[in-house]
Structures are given as C-alpha cells and as structure tokens.
Design a protein around this ligand. Structure first.
Ligand code: CO
Length: 201
C-alpha cells in the first residue's frame, strides 16, 4: 500500500486540471525550460516560491535553504546560480527573505540547535556587521524583522559578488539582482529597493 496516497490523488487532479485548461502543457514543457527568474528563498513551508508570485511550472528556477543564505563556499547554491545564469540565462535573480524567519530568530539566541548552528553563523555575521543599529532596537520582534531585512540585503550583495554574476555582467549579459521580503501575516512581498543591474552599483 502506497503511503501518502492522498498526495498522489492531489497530483493527478492537479495535472488533469492544467492539461484541461492548456492541452499539451506538460508535453511542451518537457522539451525545454526557459525561466527568466532564479528565486533564492527560505526553506520555510509558508514561503513557496511559485505560489507567492503565482507562476506556473517552467517560470521560476528555485533554490531554497534555511534563511535564504548565499555562501561563497556552498557548492549547492553556487551550482544553481551558475546553471541559472550561464545556461538558462535568467534575467532576474530574486533573493526573497521573510519576516518572522525562524532561522534568523535562532541565530539571535545562544541556544544550540546542533548542526544547523554552523549554518546560522552566517546570519550571526550579518548581525555583527549591523550590531550598532540592531542593538538599538528595543522591541525583540522588530529587531528580528530588521535582521531579516538586513540579511536579504547582505545576501543580494553576496549574489552580486559571486564570480558567476560578475562574469555575466562583464560579458554584457542583462541580469538584475533583487532583494525582496515577504510578510507571513498578509502574504505580500515588499521590494527592499536594492535592485542591482551591474558591477558599478
Ligand atoms: Co525563514
């Protein structure tokens, strides 16, 4: 007996509905993908990339990890960026964080969570860079959410500084890097206004 049977039922219903609305959708999409967007977001179950921006399969190349961190030694993330930029030639990279991020919150405390502590170090670094501002915010929730914003800005910088993105810009490729933040409470995205179009910015 198949476990999670209801998910297979859901899947069949989903595929049938799309095929009914757009006959040949999957057949066509199976031949090639040409997404214009690379989404780098948090692994949080409440922040699903395609659903939030209401785009169907084929439109968004996605990388998600805890607290949407871009680390220069993370071969997984770098491989995704390289493939998206050099092969798929995406036009936009969106780093989308979210308020109320558990990873960001965990990085602010002294509690140990095991292996993930090493990952959260990267966010502790972001805190350290902005300690003067963050320490001045009395309210704990407000301080956490400001760190969520600063983390997005920091990761946008990390994306821009990768040799992959630098190389694309040098080669004249049109590539915009955006920093967005999503609010769990209302389902809305806010642009952090740090969109970067080239090395001069
Ligand atoms: Co999160």
């Amino acid at each position: 007996m198949k476990s999670l049977k209801h998910l297979f039922d859901e899947n069949r219903g989903w595929a049938a509905k799309i095929e009914e609305e757009q006959p040949g959708f999957f057949e066509t999409l199976s031949k090639a993908q040409a997404p214009e967007i690379l989404w780098i977001g948090c692994a949080d179950s409440r922040v699903p990339a395609n659903e939030i921006i209401n785009l169907p399969p084929g439109e968004v190349f996605v990388h998600r990890n805890i607290a949407n961190v871009v680390v220069h030694t993370d071969l997984n993330c770098l491989s995704v960026i390289q493939y998206a930029v050099e092969v798929l030639k995406v036009k936009h990279i969106i780093v989308c964080g979210h308020y109320g991020c558990g990873g960001v919150a965990a990085s602010m405390g002294d509690e140990s969570f095991g292996l993930i502590d090493n990952w959260l170090r990267h966010i502790k670094d972001v805190y350290r860079f902005h300690a003067a501002e963050l320490d001045g915010i009395e309210d704990q929730i407000a301080r956490r959410d400001r760190l969520c914003e600063l983390n997005v800005i920091e990761q946008v910088g990390n994306v821009c500084n990768t040799s992959i993105v630098q190389g694309a810009w040098k080669g004249g490729q049109s590539l915009h890097v955006h920093g967005w933040i999503y609010r769990l409470e209302d389902g809305l995205i806010r642009d952090m206004d740090v969109t970067t179009l080239g090395p001069d910015e």
